[in-house]
Design a binder for this molecule. Structure first.
Ligand SMILES: Cc1ncc(C[n+]2csc(CCOP(=O)(O)OP(=O)(O)O)c2C)c(N)n1
Length: 636
């Protein structure tokens, strides 16, 4: 029988970076080809972050080749570009489980591998984290340990990255920052830093002169590879002399090298070797192409950031069409309608125009749309400034990323009672992106903030109504949170009408148990109310709609008529709707039995939303049994 030959013979021999380091340099290019092929083949069937990891193939190989991982530490920013790193660090055989329930985690995690030096998922933390690791190595006297942070130009737009850079001046620690510059965030990179970076890698004249002079000096023996440090210092000196460039990173006390081609693995290896043992903070600027090696992704990296499954033969994405629209689409369309009606309406997004559908506003009113980069805190304060200046800002932030903007909301918006709308997309369980991305905490962290409104729509029509209500005069800071994914209405385009702030509604009458829900999870539970009725338990279902101000007339009605209350929210059980109901009962001397259902007080892993709702006891079956269990108690 003929033996099947592997598509990836060299990659198959690499079970750890130690194996990689045994390869001769001349095999590295082949390894890169195989690694890229493996990522493409895997992601075609098991979807995930695609284009970013294709852009870092050569860098990943070079880093593990030159540095002694895991003793040397690699800190990946966001970590969506680290699939190659996972594959080379002993997780190749499990890579088909990536992002699946019980399988490999979506982002690097020290819980999963000793090669993952720090948690990743939220952008712009790598420099601070790596600096902390480097300083602690220094304090411990581990002077041989190297720490490397890898950060993309998109993530360099985040304020936290600058706080880390600013702190470099205080340390002589052994830190190397790799700036992986592809001029893309998920959408196009925006802002001043992206301009600075473009000017850095467009200084072609300098590169030409540099190579010309260096070649000549090498020829006459003044420079050689062994004297690489001298060569690099020469390059930097030349740059300063010729262009009097004020290098931003050097100003921040990092010695700056580059830009170099991040797809030339041998050049990367040479450069990393040259600068590896220098002391103090350094930055290597590399230039890469997002989606490198997969033509459709190179052409449209935004679409291929996270493309879903696709056909490797044709290069076509396999997308399911039809069905109800996503909440984000309804948000995007409605925002444009509101902007047409009211010229003070403006839109702000921190780097997620496509993700939250604010790109629709960008197309119609480019002057009233602001992508501020990965800068959630700034997005909130900038919106507050716009509100103070007389605009009506809609600031859209994913719920979990909003954690970065908490004080900005309290200090800059709520305290001044500014009229602005904060839309939190991806609220609740998000699925495969896991614990860094679940929008688990917003209800709980927002509820204590005075003078704000917190709401969540039951369906897409209600989203439109809430958005319309939020732009009425004097509404203050108005939060609308809604989940990832599709809604429930085929015809969502209902007419605008205002809702009375702080009011919920009774959906079904009942006498045994009161079910209080907030948001679209309530809609999902309509059939549970019917199932309970079929089992002889009569459930009164209330859609609370507002967490703050909460509808106390509903709470009073429930307190006076029911011994058993079940609350359900797509958020943590600590501090949200359930807690608000329990507080009300305690403060008003009612003592019903309350069961609070929601995301448990634990970090929830990754998986499909269905799997996770079941795991958290928030699926239909679990809610039904919680209701029936109460009734069993009632019957005793
Ligand atoms: C705090 C935060 N905000 C937003 C995101 C969503 N996000 C994930 S990757 C990404 C773009 C990152 O761009 P870059 O660092 O340049 O990496 P690239 O994908 O271009 O390689 C964004 C905005 C996030 N992960 N964390």
């Amino acid at each position: 029988m003929e033996e099947k030959t592997s598509k990836y013979p060299l990659l198959d021999s690499i079970d750890s970076p130690a194996d990689l380091r045994k390869l001769p340099e001349k095999q590295l290019e082949q390894l890169c080809r195989e690694l890229r092929g493996f990522i493409i083949d895997s992601l075609a069937n098991n979807p995930g972050h695609f284009a970013s990891s294709l852009g870092t193939v050569e860098l990943t190989v070079a880093l593990h080749y030159v540095f002694s991982t895991p003793d040397d530490k690699l800190v990946w920013d966001v970590g969506h570009q680290a699939y190659g790193h996972k594959i080379l660090t002993g997780r190749r055989d499990l890579f088909h489980t990536n992002r699946k329930f019980g399988g490999l985690k979506p982002f690097p995690s020290p819980e999963e591998s000793e090669y993952d030096s720090f948690v990743a998922g939220h952008a712009s933390n790598s420099i601070s984290a790596a600096l902390g690791l480097a300083v602690s190595a220094n304090i411990k006297g581990n002077t041989d340990e190297h720490v490397v942070a890898v950060i993309g130009d998109g993530s360099m737009s985040g304020g936290l990255a600058y706080e880390g850079l600013n702190n470099l001046a205080n340390t002589k620690s052994n830190l190397l920052i790799i700036l992986n510059d592809n001029n893309m965030s998920i959408d196009k990179s925006v802002g001043g830093m992206s301009e600075v970076l473009i000017s850095m890698h467009s200084s072609k004249a300098y590169n030409k002169i540099r190579y010309g002079i260096a070649k000549a000096l090498r020829k006459i023996g003044i420079l050689n590879e062994r004297r690489a440090n001298a060569l690099i210092r020469f390059n930097n000196g030349l740059k300063a002399m010729l262009f009097r460039q004020n290098n931003f990173f050097e100003g921040m006390s990092a010695r700056y090298f580059g830009p170099i081609n991040g797809h030339n693995v041998l050049e990367l290896v040479r450069m990393l070797r040259s600068i590896k043992d220098m002391t103090g903070p350094r930055m290597l600027h590399i230039h890469t192409v997002k989606g490198k090696g997969w033509e459709p992704a190179e052409k449209n990296a935004t679409l291929w950031h996270q493309p879903g499954i696709f056909d490797v033969e044709t290069g076509e994405r396999i997308v399911s069409t039809g069905g109800t629209p996503r909440f984000q689409d309804v948000f995007g369309e409605t925002l444009v309608e509101l902007a047409k009606e009211n010229e003070r309406v403006v839109g702000i997004t921190p780097a997620m125009p496509t993700g939250c559908s604010m790109n629709k506003l960008m197309e119609v009113f480019p002057d009233r749309f602001f992508d501020v980069g990965i800068a959630e805190g700034h997005a909130v304060t900038f919106s507050a400034g716009l509100a103070k200046g007389g605009m009506l800002p809609f600031c859209n932030i994913y719920s979990s990323f909003m954690q970065r903007g908490y004080d900005n909301l309290i200090h800059d918006a709520a305290l001044q009672k500014l009229d602005m709308v904060l839309c939190l997309d991806r609220a609740g369980i998000v699925g495969e992106d896991g614990p860094t991305h679940h929008g688990a905490f917003d209800l709980a962290y927002l509820r204590p903030v005075p003078d704000i409104t917190i709401s969540s729509p039951y369906d897409e029509c209600e989203l439109r109504r809430l958005m319309y209500t939020a732009v009425q005069p004097g509404m203050g800071t108005f939060v609308i949170r809604y989940p990832r994914g599709k809604g429930s209405l085929a015809d969502w385009h209902c007419p605008f009408e205002t809702l009375e702030v702080g009011t919920g509604r009774k959906l079904t009458d009942g006498k045994d148990v009161a079910l209080l829900t907030i948001g679209p999870l309530g809609k999902v539970m309509e059939s549970v109310v019917e199932d309970a009725a079929a089992k002889g338990v009569s459930v009164a279902h209330y859609d609370m709609r507002f967490l703050k101000p909460i509808d106390e007339s509903i709470l009073r009605e429930v307190a006076e008529n029911f011994k058993y209350i079940v609350t359900l929210e797509d958020g943590t059980v600590k501090g949200g709707l359930g807690s608000a109901v329990a507080e009300y009962m305690a403060n008003n001397a009612y003592s019903p039995k309350i069961k609070i259902l929601g995301i448990p007080d634990a970090f929830v892993e990754h998986g499909t939303p269905e799997q996770l709702y079941e795991k958290c006891g928030m699926d239909k079956k679990s809610v039904l049994s919680a209701i029936l269990e109460f009734n069993g108690v009632a019957g005793q």
